[in-house]
Design a protein around this ligand. Structure first.
Ligand code: UD1
Length: 420
């Protein structure tokens, strides 16, 4: 079993280059199924979620492999009947392949998607959108069977701006004649990125980044090369870590316009930030001011994926902070672990009250989901003494060799294996 051994107390200092966003790369890999030509997706870290998605592409009979840090895909020989259900059951993002498979093959059969244990995460909005496109859907033995033989463009109003549903419907509609309109669409930078990718292959998608997205059907998509948007959540994770430990960190290839909701909070805690289009520098004394209230919201609001790292940062703030989680109902499990390190967090339903403490102390903590795991690493970096963070497999889903990046910034952190 792998774990991270962290000796806290070092200030973070140095430069890092942020890679392409996991949440952009995953739907883009799925979108590659829409083309029969070669696709190159650049600057992609070999995260376990990404390699799992590539495995799904290979299981359809397509090619998906790394060349350096680029992913090469060719789905000419894909045949969706071949998808193994135990693969799609592992990651929630496997739901994304439903849209492209329906668009290209008119039929899809998938098992229910897996993913982080952070709540119910239903897929009703995906199903609703596909049904609006005239897909006939039935459930059989834990499988979702979709018949898209008579798909039609449509006007779709989403009850909630779901990221995944917006992406899935967008891809499903790419080849439908006429215009498909998605209202109350999600506006995340990763949505814009998927639209840019599809447009680079010859798609006609307008309005991405606004709440009304229009997909005008095209006959086919070509191949091409694409560099996805940098990972704003990974970038913000390093920023909050530096805010807590103190130090001076410069992040290259981080689109500062995509992280306003987070940087605004960091400034309020007393950190000094300087930023350009594609970089952010943070300087922190390590003395954090509390934040009265943070509420997670769909983009451009405060991202739910930063809720846990930000809470970890606020554990040592000067005063009391309140976090409200509006997106997922089960995203505070990690707070129990932070309290083992001396934090004072009380959780009731979707609200966490974080009473700042003078210091955290190292101990053994267990990560149970991706961002909660990152929060534990952040706290360990600032805690007195040694921490052991287990459950690294969760962290590896979204951070590539997180210990190497933090070591580059001067942290005392290493990955070990209990069988060593
Ligand atoms: C994506 C991100 C995830 C992020 C989340 C919210 C990827 C691969 N993952 O997840 O990191 O935390 O956006 O920013 O991009 N919902 C429904 N019915 C549905 C779909 C969603 O009720 O059919 C609900 C979910 O339970 C949740 C909320 O809508 O409460 C947001 O989900 P959604 O935006 O779909 O998130 P994901 O696409 O799963």
């Amino acid at each position: 079993m792998e774990y991270l051994r962290v000796i806290g107390g070092n200030k973070l200092d140095g430069r890092l280059k942020i890679a392409s966003a996991k949440n952009a790369v995953l739907p883009i890999i799925a979108g590659a199924l829409l083309s029969e030509e070669d696709i190159v997706i650049k600057n992609c870290p070999a995260l376990s979620d990404i390699t799992a998605m590539m495995k799904i592409i290979r299981s359809t009979g397509g090619r998906a492999e790394y060349e350096g840090n680029h992913i090469l895909i060719n789905c000419k020989d894909s045949n969706p009947a071949l998808i193994e259900s135990d693969l799609t059951g592992k990651i929630r993002s496997s739901i994304f392949i439903m849209g492209p498979i329906l668009a290209r093959f008119k039929h899809a059969a998938l098992s229910y998607p897996g993913g982080c244990e952070i709540g119910l995460r239903p897929i009703d909005l995906h199903i609703y959108g596909l049904k609006k496109l005239n897909v006939k859907i039935r459930e059989e033995n834990g499988h979702i069977i979709c018949d898209g033989s008579d798909m039609k463009s449509a006007e779709i109003d989403l009850d909630f701006p779901s990221v995944g549903a917006t992406e899935n419907i967008m891809m499903a509609a790419v080849f439908l004649s006429g215009k498909t309109t998605i209202r109350n669409a999600a506006r995340e930078p990763e949505i814009v990125d998927l639209a840019n990718f599809l447009n680079a292959l010859g798609g006609k998608i307008y309005g991405a980044g606004t709440d009304t997205l229009v997909v005008e059907g095209v006959k086919k998509l070509s191949g091409g090369e694409y560099t996805p948007v940098p990972d704003r959540i990974a970038g913000c994770t390093f920023l909050t870590a530096c805010a807590l430990t103190g130090g001076d960190v410069f992040l290259e290839n981080l689109r500062s316009d995509t992280i306003n909701a987070v940087t605004e909070k960091l400034v309020r805690t007393g950190c000094e930030l300087s930023r350009g289009y594609d970089y952010v520098r943070i300087r922190s004394s390590g003395k954090i001011k509390a934040i009265h209230k943070i509420e997670t919201q769909p983009y451009p609001g405060f991202p739910t994926d930063m809720q846990a790292p930000m809470t970890a940062m606020l554990t040592r703030a000067n005063g009391c902070s309140v976090m409200v989680e509006n997106l997922f109902e089960n995203r505070y499990k990690y707070t129990v672990q932070l309290n083992k390190m001396g934090a004072k967090i009380t959780v009731k339903d979707r609200i966490a009250v974080i009473k700042g403490v003078k210091k955290l102390h190292g101990t053994v903590v267990k990560s149970e989901d991706l961002r909660g795991g990152a929060a534990l690493v952040i706290a360990a970096l600032a805690a007195e003494g040694e921490s052991i963070v287990t459950g690294v497999n969760h962290i590896d889903r979204g951070y590539y060799k997180i210990e190497e990046d933090f070591r580059r910034l001067g942290a005392d952190i290493k990955r070990e294996n209990s069988s060593q």
